[in-house]
Design a protein around this ligand. Structure first.
Ligand SMILES: [Zn+2]
Length: 180
């Protein structure tokens, strides 16, 4: 049984204390741990994106939160890259290429996610002359540069970051509802 199957199975198990079912509690524990890791990075993303002041200030001062986030995010991207086999490891130099790719994807996706505003219109979609911004074609977002496989992975990881922050916000909202 895969993890998801065992997780569903343990949710359906009538009594988790039953000796025969004892192993059924393990996936629940694993999910709780995974949730904590997700919560950790989600809280960090929220702090760096919204609480540390303007993004350019964050990059210039290199705050601890950002340095920590870069480390945690790089580790997470490396894990995903290995799981999803972004690079087929056939020889020793493939390992170096893979490591470099994971680092570039982690840094580019985080930079875009933190500050992906179109520079020409400052993320408004309209130029200073009140004209439609032709650089971003009104999308307000800066284009993710490059092409092909690496660019697609950067875009994937930008969505992952969105997802992590949304999950964090949902958890925070749920906690608030319980307190009220
Ligand atoms: Zn623009």
């Amino acid at each position: 049984m895969g993890f998801a199957d065992r997780y569903v199975f343990s949710l359906n198990a009538s009594t988790l204390q039953d000796d025969e079912m004892h192993h059924a509690t393990e996936p629940l524990f694993a999910a709780a741990v995974a949730d904590n890791v997700g919560a950790g990075i989600g809280a960090l993303l929220s702090r760096v994106k919204y609480a540390d002041g303007s993004i350019s200030k964050v990059f210039e001062s290199g705050t601890q939160n950002l340095a920590h986030l870069v480390r945690v995010w790089s580790a997470l991207v490396t894990q995903k890259g290995e799981e999803r086999k972004w690079v087929k490891i056939r020889a020793e130099w493939d390992v170096a290429a893979a490591t470099a790719l994971y680092r570039r994807v982690a840094e580019r996706s985080l930079a875009h996610w933190l500050d992906g505003k179109c520079k020409a219109c400052n993320g408004t979609g309209v130029t200073a002359e009140r004209r439609f911004c032709t650089t971003c074609k009104g999308s307000k977002q800066e284009e993710v540069g490059g092409q092909g496989f690496e660019r697609d992975r950067v875009l994937d990881m930008v969505s992952e970051l969105d997802g992590l922050l949304q999950a964090h916000n949902a958890r925070a909202a749920a906690r608030l509802r319980r307190i009220e």
